[in-house]
Write a protein that binds this ligand. Structure first.
Ligand code: LFR
Length: 490
């Protein structure tokens, strides 16, 4: 029986609502994607009279309007026959609601500079090794734990007024279906959740002034959250009782579910604004070596662990482009890729994961400054800057591929590159060369694919992750990029 699924996928730079049609039986099924609506997402700096002069925020109401538009359009294309809806988004951020369920303020964006100093204080108070041992989550300065601690210190006292905190897909889910929930994979990204017992860590939250019951209990991917509010269903032209399903609501969890991993040596690289490079495990690795190498243990679909590292990713490219275009140019991504190709091999590489690149700003200047510090000044030309960024990203990936083998005892023999970054052919080639393993590219919409196939698991149509991945292999072109002879590093 054909299933009609609507997948909402929100990334830090764009969002989309996709019509996902699953036909056929068992692992012989085929999934087809049709875009119902694609829209931009961005952080917006909103000034205020507080001590920091304002905050970087997400325009969550605008995003909700785009989601509604996409669902309406998707439902129309399916002729009103929609079996389920699933929502995923980037991690760690949340919105605060008062006791009436009203949004208190636009969610703060994770790249807001208020977070790093709070993170340092919290890590010191708890003891960073103890914190890692407890949660297995990497030290990113914007983890939910630190953001909530920042809210607790905020002179405008948002937590005093808050009755609940909902992460982005769950906030939209509450508006659509009226249920306040957390979800396992997304909860696990925040650094204050116990992935094994699937519960929030009250002992980390309450000493920071964060009431434990602020965060609702977590559901698991494939759980049914509820059905559309009657008024919403009517407005969208969707059947009354259309179910909202919990998917891997962290976008990276959905991307990993949609990556056609093929064996114990398979690693994934989910490439978008961030590059998430890792493997799927049954058990977390919370050793000092994993901690010091910056690896994290996030909850995955079907009780798996996503053992991975965050690399800077295409954020560097996006921010360079923004700076150049604000300076009067009009570069598109394909043109920048072409300039990087034409520039030829770079004479220098930078540490792409240096925290100085993590916050919005004049990225080309920062890249050139970092290159100069390494004694290899870069010309002030977009092609040279791009080539240096791309080669540096590939070098960072190669480092993680090696470290993954050491930490897990399973050498990586294949890298599955999923997500929109797979469209960057030069970066794919540089990655294969630097990592020295074949890179299998696709699907570029792995997040949507994983979102839809977990909905299908919830509906009993797909048995498990192995069957889901067989469907992925049968449905989407996967291109293998071999390392060039003599170029592989070891
Ligand atoms: C990717 C991602 C990463 C997370 C970062 C911030 O979109 O979700 O997994 O570390 O964004 O939330």
């Amino acid at each position: 029986m054909t299933r009609h699924l609507l997948a909402v996928d929100l990334g830090a730079s764009s969002g989309r609502v996709m019509c996902c049609t699953l036909t056929g039986e068992g692992s012989a099924g085929t999934l087809r994607l049709d875009e119902a609506h694609r829209f931009a997402n961005r952080t917006v700096f909103v000034p205020d009279d507080g001590p920091r002069g304002g905050r970087f925020t997400w325009d969550i109401v605008g995003l909700y309007a785009d989601v509604l538009h996409g669902l309406r359009e998707g439902g129309r294309r399916f002729g009103g026959a929609v079996d389920a809806i699933g929502i995923d988004s980037w991690g760690v951020d949340y919105g605060l609601l008062d006791a009436q369920g009203r949004l208190i303020a636009n969610p703060t964006a994770y790249r807001d500079p208020r977070h790093p100093p709070v993170a340092e204080r919290v890590n010191e108070a708890i003891g960073w090794p103890a914190l890692y041992e407890r949660t297995g989550i990497q030290k990113l300065p914007f983890n939910t734990l630190y953001q909530l601690a920042a809210d607790a210190e905020d002179p405008s006292e948002p937590l005093e007024r808050a009755a609940s905190a909902l992460m982005i897909p769950q906030l939209l889910g509450y508006w659509l279906a009226g249920e306040k929930r957390s979800e396992h994979t997304l909860a696990s990204t925040g650094g204050c959740y116990d992935t094994e017992s699937a519960a929030w860590c009250g002992e980390l939250l309450t000493p920071r002034g964060v009431p434990e019951n602020l965060l609702p209990p977590a559901v698991q991917p494939t759980d049914r959250i509820g059905t559309l509010r009657p008024g919403v269903a009517e407005d969208l032209g969707l059947p009354a009782g259309t179910p909202l399903i919990a998917v891997g609501s962290h976008d990276t969890a959905s991307a990993v579910a949609g990556a056609p991993l093929s064996g114990p040596g398979s690693a994934y690289l989910s490439s978008g604004t961030w590059s998430l490079l890792g493997v799927e495990l049954d058990e977390p690795i919370r050793t000092a070596a994993a901690r010091d190498a910056g690896f994290t243990n996030e909850g995955g679909v079907s009780g798996t662990i996503r053992f991975l590292k965050n690399h800077a990713g295409l954020w560097l490219v996006q921010e360079c482009r923004r700076a150049w275009n604000e300076g009067g140019n009009d570069y598109g991504f394909p043109e920048l890729a072409h300039l990087a190709e034409a520039a030829g091999p770079s004479r220098c590489s930078i540490d792409a994961d240096d925290p100085r690149f993590a916050v919005p700003g004049d990225m080309p200047a920062r890249v050139r400054e970092a290159a100069a510090e390494r004694g290899a000044p870069l010309p002030d030309e977009p092609g040279a800057v791009m080539r240096c960024v791309l080669e540096s990203l590939a070098a960072a990936y190669a480092g993680s591929v090696r470290t993954l083998g050491e930490l897990t005892g399973r050498p990586v023999d294949r890298l599955h590159l999923v997500g929109g970054g797979g469209n960057h052919r030069l970066l794919n080639r540089l990655t294969a060369d630097a990592c020295g393993v074949p890179v299998e590219v696709g699907p570029t919409e792995a997040t949507v694919v994983g979102n839809a196939l977990v909905q299908a698991m919830a509906l009993g149509r797909v048995a498990d992750l192995a069957e889901a991945r067989a469907i992925v292999r049968a449905s989407f072109p996967i291109e293998t990029v071999e390392p060039s002879p003599g170029r592989a590093t070891d």
